[in-house]
Design a protein around this ligand. Sequence first.
Ligand code: GNR
Ligand code: NI
Length: 167
Amino acid sequence: MALRPILHFPDPRLRKKALEIKEVDDNIRQLADDMLETMYEAPGIGLAATQINVQKRLVVIDVSEDKSSPLIFINPEIVEQHGEREHEEGCLSVPESYEMVTRADTVCVRALDREGKQFDLEAEELLATCIQHEIDHLDGKLFVDYLSNLKRQRIKKRLEKQLKQKN
Ligand code: GNR
Ligand code: NI
């Protein structure tokens, strides 16, 4: 197991599109375990491989209260979606920003599990929001892209300033 550093907006590597995983092997399972460890340590409720600079379509999520329900999604796709709902979002790649984002209310996601077996999952509430947020990461998209240019610029300036102070 290993912790992996998380990229921060506006790092251009967060804009790369992740590639389909052709075979679910031990390397992919190891990557998923590292991502879960990194997510729990952060702490966060989800993590996409893009956030740790790996261009593979792999997402981990745990929205349970006691962090007892790790979910792994390989090559996730939304195959059905219904309604609209606003929810406050944050992102480990955009520290200390929390903003309302409108997304689908419920989704059906299709993915492969850690054995490479396909499954469908109906999601609502926080899980539905999180799945959409994570699939966006795989496509190089961030929740700040749904905000006004002004808000996004403010967040960018703040994070760039923080980065300079650290270096
Ligand atoms: O930890 C996280 N919380 C969260 C809250 C509302 C909507 C989405 C999220 S995902 C985020 C972790 C993260 O950045 N995943 O990419
Ligand atoms: Ni995120």
